[in-house]
Structure formats: C-alpha cells, structure tokens
Design a protein around this ligand. Structure first.
Ligand code: ADP
Ligand code: ZN
Ligand code: ZN
Length: 749
C-alpha cells in the first residue's frame, strides 16, 4: 500500500489522447485503501460532476495549495478491470525504467480508434496439388521465377495471404492477375488477421514429444496444477524442439480455459512460424506486429478482452494485449536485443513479462539456444528453473569448426581477407555446387584501432573497453572520456601496421570476383536491404540457388534455414569483441554460435571456418566448440569482477542539448549532485558508483549534443533512487534539457 495524502488521477485512460493527471486530496476515510490502479469517482470540472478515474500515483507532494484541492469521492466497488491491470503495468514501467506516467500508459494501452478493419486479400489455389506441381516444373524450365515462387507456396498451402506474395516474395500483382486469368488461382478480399489461413485439413495434432521434451512439459504443467507459478528457462540449440514444447504447453493451458502470450522477435515472425501456430490453434490465435495500424491493434485487444482469442503471437508489444485470464507467457529467443525498447520507457520484455506473470498469476517460460547472461545467471541462482534440450530432432549433425589465426596468415605472407583454409574450402564447394555463407561480423566496426600483425587493440586504461578512432588521429573512450593520440607503432610488437579496421562487405564481394572468376555472389547488408522487401528477396534468391555465395553482416545469421549451405566462413570473428561495450563478449559468442549453426542443416555435413586475431579469447574458443556452459562461466566472472549486469546493475543517463556547453555543464552537475547525495551514505557498500560524464558514442545527432553518465550498484532499487535524485534535481533547478534513462542497457547511447 502506497503512503501519501494526495492521489494523481487520470480521468479517461483509454481515450485517444491520454490526458494529464489531476491531483486530489485523499479523505481520511480512504487512507490506506487507495492504491495505484484503483478505480475511483471524483468531482470534475466546474460543475463538479462525478466522473470515474484511475489512481496513477499516490504522493505526499502537493502540486498546488491543498486547500484548493478537491477530494476523492469514493472507491468504485468490484471494479477489477483490465484498465486496473494496465495502470499497474504502466506504474511498473514508470518505476522500473523511468518515464512519465502518461508515456507509460501510452505504451501499455491500446489506442481506441474507431475505424473499419482493413481488408486483406487472400489467394486460393484453384487447381489440384498435382497440377500445381506440374505447372511449377514448367515455370522452372521456362525460368519464370516469380510464377515459380507463387506455385511453390501454393503447392504447400491451398490458401495464402496476398501480402505474403507481393511483400515477402516480391511477386508483382500483374503476375498474380495473369495466373488468376489462367484459372490457376483466385484473389479475394478477406479480413486477414481475423482468419489468416484456411486449412485444407483440420487442426493438426502435436508431435509425440521426445522424453526430454515430455519431461519439461510435464514438470511445468505439474507445477501449474499445484498452483506453483515460476519462471522457467529452456536452453536448447536450434532444432532441439523448443517450439514444440511451447505449443504443447500453450495447448494444455488453453484447455484449462486460460489465455497465452507467445513472444517472438519481429525478425523471426515469419510466415512459416505463424503457420505452425495457426495449424495448431486455428482462429483462436492472432498476431500482433508493427505493421498493424492503431485501429487493428485496438481491434486485437478488444478480441482478447472479450475472450475471442486464446493466444497472441508477437514481438515485445504483444505483452500489453489485455487478457483477463492470462495463464502463460512464453518468450522465445529470450536473448534477442530487440526485446528491449529503444525509446522511453526503455523496458525489457523479459522483466516486464515477469512482472505481468506475477500480477496475473501466470507462468513464464523463456527459451534460447544461447541464453542471455541475465537469464542464465538467474537460472543458476535458482530464481528460474533450468531445463536443457540436448539433441537435434531432425537429424543433421553439428558442423566441424576450424579456427584460423589471422596473425599466422600475415606471417606466412597471406594479406588477403580469406585465409588459405577458407580459400581451399570455398574452391571445393564451388566445384561441388554447394552453397557458402560468408559472415562479416562488423558490429564493432565503429572504428576501433588494432595492430594487423599481432592483433593488439588500443584500449582505455580506465575502462577495459576499446578506444574509438576519431578525426585527426585521436582515440577516445566513450565510457569515461579519456583521450589519447593514435600511436605510429604497435605498443605491443612495434609493427607499423596499426590501423583503424575497415573492411566492408563490398570489398569482400569484389575480392571474391577476383579470386574466383565466374562466382555468383549475393550481398546482404544495410546498403543492399535499404529498400523495403529487399531482405526477403535476397533470402529467397539465395535459397532458390540463384547464387553460390551469400555475403553479409549479422542479418544473415538469424534463424534462416538453407539446406544447401555446407560451408560458413566467419571473416573477422573478433570484430565484435572490440565494441566498447561490456556485452561484446556475449554478443560475439551468440553471433558465432548462430553463424556456425547455419552450416550443415541439410543432409550433408557442414564445415565452419572462424578467422580471428584472437583465437585464444574465450568467446571465440567456446563458440567454436559450441560450449555455452564454459562460455557462461568465464563471462559471468568478468561481469562479477567489473561490476556489470547481471551481477551488478547499471543505469545510463543520457543528456541531450542544442548547446554543447549547456549539455556538458548539466551532465557534470548531475554527476556532482549524485556524488553529493549518495556520498552522504556512510557505508561504502551503499554508495553508487558514478562514471563519467563523457560524450555519448554518437556524440552529436542532428546538431544535438549528447552526453552520458553511468551509475552502477548491485541493488537495482538504489539506481531507482539515483534516478529520483536526478529527477528532483532537474525539477528544482528548472532545467529543461532532455534527460533519458536506460537501465541495464543492451546498447550504447
Ligand atoms: P526449436 O524451436 O528448438 O528450433 P522446433 O520445435 O522448431 O525446435 O523443432 C525442430 C524440428 O523438429 C521441427 O521441424 C519440428 O517439427 C521437429 N520436432 C520437434 N519435436 C519433435 C518430436 N517430438 N518428434 C518429431 N519431430 C519433432
Ligand atoms: Zn602489434
Ligand atoms: Zn575509459
């Protein structure tokens, strides 16, 4: 129960414009009865008409003279409503991540907007499956690739959403109309999201679970039946049957009359994934994604509230679909950074899901092939229950991995981007007509400086992160602001080859054409995927065998299945290790593990070549062996020693200003204020560590200057106190600069 004499109340919360909160006095009779989320009636406006509203905050701070304040009239009895849940959830976001209550409510509440549901078109196959197969053959012979793509989908499914063809598969509407005029298919309008797929057969039963899968399902359901609600983590490589476990859990929970939220990162929200859910649950399942309009989202929320759907699938925002009888939340690929919101409130779906599950008495199941340090740490400490799936269920063995030391290559006179081993294997694959993926791990591309002959990387003496190259031969630490000149010689081996690392996918493509004349290369990076749909187009071109080699950045390693790929080359495995960010070891391990997992998904065994300057680094060694456990042990030790999450907690404070000096001064003043306020505490253990301020890694955007401060403490609540100190300081000094907070950041500002 929250203490305080005043209540901030929002009158009409699901209105299009969530208006501001109004402050009321709490009458003595209601002390200790009101709470955040409580529905009350209050006198409102000049006529003091009684209106319903929701308490969003209880405080002791009067915003204007209390004798002018109206009083809360009464509590609305028996009003346990979805609105109450939403207000509680918003209050959680506000408290945990720092933002205004209005911003939090806007994140949580569906926007009420009356509009007609947008019509969606669907495509229905009019010929038999056999006829479609023979037409497909004909199109392939005539090299009519657009038609072939349509037919190969229609062979699999008799009814398909129109958008899948036009958007995802890049088929023009003219091609579809010509197939329609030939009587191969029909195009009709229907409300796609209400009934996305008509199935030829009825709902599909689940697979018979393996012993490992069954063990997990039975344990979670036994807990559920005896009233135990917990968080579970399923650790299992891709293809080990996690999704099948989710499906069977959801099925069981739905049978008990409960509802489920299935979280999937947006990038993995493919048609094939959705189909698996539709086949199992028919039109009791629905999708939430970023392409839905506000009206469609609202529509989904209404259907959820009314109990018309049992399961919602979607990215992090699907958490806010209001299910009155929520029983289970599943979060697949729990480690994905897209689960963290990039704007205020910067909430993490994992923590928010946990809060929601507790609030609604639901269970939470997390799954990943490479769990986040956060999740695994909690599993190890017993906060989550850990399960492992160890076998791939579809056959296909794990690939053999070679690690190549690039320093040795240079010593042996090979200055090419490709090691001798990789060149040899590429040649062999081209002869055998098998496919190759070359992955350039260039996240840490932001200009770190390293030695080409020994691999030495210039680091900040205070922060254990790499320095970034700036104009004029300067190197800067983005954590503490430390600056130094770039040396002429490597401090470690005196070689003059000390440079900022720059090798892009485009250079790789050019080198391939030179080294392997006649090779067909597709490139996928931020440049080639700028156009809408080009991402899907490149993927389908490659999976149809229209190229020998796919070159790309981390976009290519996520979740796609290319059965013909038998060789994966990771060109500079350690690039992401030089990111000036404490998560770079974790990210490198995840990327390499995923990249290696792309090889040998079909019948033929795969090989992986990891090229690196740092073959001895544990992230690289452990990824080469696909040994998560060993990686975790080393990484968590580093986090422990350096005081980083998940062992400790961290809050980033971003200060932005049009005027550079004003920004810098405010950042310094905030830092000083924090040190002053928290330094009062006698016990050092209670003190918050304040680092910075420094320029943000992107120090200026659109002529707005950015400064950043970091605070660390083992106790998350202490960081919330620090945030409140800053908020108060800004209020008192009437500072109008934009200040943002990011708790346990997954990315740098
Ligand atoms: P993950 O989610 O871990 O990647 P999936 O659940 O998608 O794994 O399973 C990978 C493949 O194995 C899928 O094709 C799925 O149909 C199949 N599969 C999963 N469980 C079983 C099972 N018990 N028996 C047979 N096949 C299974
Ligand atoms: Zn050197
Ligand atoms: Zn530093």
């Amino acid at each position: 129960m929250t203490e305080g004499r005043y209540a901030n109340i929002i009158i009409d919360i699901s209105h299009e414009k969530v208006d501001r909160a109004f402050q009321y006095k709490i009458p003595a009779a209601l002390y200790g009865i009101l709470d955040v989320g409580t529905c009350v009636t209050v006198p409102f406006g000049t006529g003091n008409r009684l209106r319903q509203g929701y308490v969003v905050e209880i405080t002791d701070k009067a915003e204007y003279p209390p004798d002018k304040m109206k009083e809360v009239f009464q509590v609305v009895k028996g009003s346990v409503s979805m609105e109450e849940d939403a207000v509680k959830l918003a209050a959680f976001l506000r408290h945990t991540y720092g933002c205004t209550m209005i911003a939090a409510l806007k994140t949580v509440l569906p926007i009420r907007q009356t509009m007609k549901p947008r019509e969606k078109k669907k495509i229905t196959r009019l010929v038999t499956k056999e006829e479609a197969v023979s037409l497909l053959g004909e199109c392939l012979r005539k090299k009519q690739s657009a038609r072939a793509r349509v037919l190969s989908e229609l062979v699999k499914e008799p009814v398909l959403p129109y958008e899948l063809m036009t958007k995802n598969l890049g088929v023009s509407s003219a091609s579809l109309r010509s197939l329609e005029s030939q009587g191969v298919l029909s195009i009709e309008a229907e409300s796609y999201y209400r009934n996305p797929v008509k199935l030829e057969t009825g709902p599909e039963a689940g697979k018979v679970l393996s012993d490992e899968q069954k063990f997990i399902r039975d344990k979670i359901l036994a807990d559920y039946d005896s009233g135990i609600r917990k968080t579970y983590l399923i650790h299992g490589i891709t293809g080990s049957g996690k999704t099948e476990v989710y499906l069977s859990l959801i099925e069981a929970v739905v049978t008990k009359g409960k509802q489920c939220i299935m979280l999937i990162p947006e990038i993995a929200l493919t048609y094939q994934t959705l189909l698996r859910f539709y086949k199992r649950f028919g039109d009791r399942v629905s999708v939430m994604n970023s392409t839905l309009s506000a009206g469609e989202k609202y529509d989904q929320c209404e259907r959820a509230k009314n109990g018309e759907i049992d399961v919602i699938i979607g990215p992090r925002s699907a958490l806010f679909v209001p299910f009155p009888k929520l029983g289970l939340i599943v979060m697949d690929e729990e480690h994905e950074t897209s689960y963290k919101s990039e704007s205020m409130p910067r909430y993490h779906a994992r923590e928010t899901a946990r809060y929601l599950a507790q609030m609604k008495n639901a269970s939470l199941v997390l799954g990943s092939a490479t769990p986040s340090l956060e999740a695994y740490y909690r599993a190890k400490s017993g906060e989550y229950e850990l399960f492992t799936l160890t076998r791939r269920l579809t056959g296909g063995s794990l690939p053999s991995v070679y690690t190549v030391d690039l320093r040795e290559e240079l010593k042996n006179g090979n200055r090419s981007i490709f090691s001798m081993k990789l060149q040899e294997l590429i040649k062999q694959r081209l002869e055998r007509k098998e496919q190759i993926i070359l992955f350039l791990n260039r996240r840490g591309y932001a200009g770190f400086v390293s030695c080409r002959s020994c691999g030495y990387v210039m680091k900040c003496p205070h922060c254990d992160v790499s320095l970034s190259q700036h104009m004029g031969g300067k190197m800067v630490c983005h954590y503490c602001g430390y600056e130094t000149r770039q040396p002429d010689k490597c401090p470690s081996c005196s070689s003059p080859y000390i440079l900022g690392f720059k090798a892009g996918t485009q250079q790789i493509e050019e080198q391939l054409y030179k080294k392997f004349p006649g090779v067909r290369v597709l490139r996928m990076d931020a440049d080639t995927t700028r156009k809408k749909d080009s991402y899907e187009e490149i993927l389908s071109a490659f999976s149809e065998g229209r190229a020998d080699i796919l070159v790309g950045t981390q976009m290519i390693v996520k979740g796609h299945d290319f059965p013909l790929v038998t060789l994966v080359g990771v060109l500079a495995a350690d690039l992401s290790l030089n990111d000036s960010d404490y998560r770079c070891g974790e990210r490198t391990f995840q990327l390499l593990t995923q990249a290696a997992g792309r090889a040998g998904r079909g019948e033929k065994p795969g090989e992986v070549v990891i090229q690196t300057y740092r073959p001895e680094h544990y992230s690289i060694k452990r990824a080469a062996k696909q040994d998560y456990e060993a990686f975790y042990e080393e990484e968590v030790l580093y986090r422990e020693l350096a005081g980083y999450p998940p062992v400790s907690h961290m809050m980033a404070v971003l200060i932005t200003a049009k005027d550079e000096q004003e920004g810098e001064q405010t950042a310094k003043a905030i830092g000083n204020c924090l040190i002053r306020e928290t330094g009062k505490k006698k016990e050092t253990a209670d003190r918050i560590q304040v680092i910075g301020p420094a320029r943000a890694s992107i120090s200026k955007i659109n002529d707005i200057y950015r400064f950043v401060l970091y605070c660390k403490h083992r106790n998350y609540e202490k960081l919330i106190e620090a945030r409140e100190i800053i908020e108060n300081y800004l209020k008192q000094t009437e500072n109008k600069l934009n200040v943002q907070f990011d708790f346990d950041p997954v990315d740098r500002f």
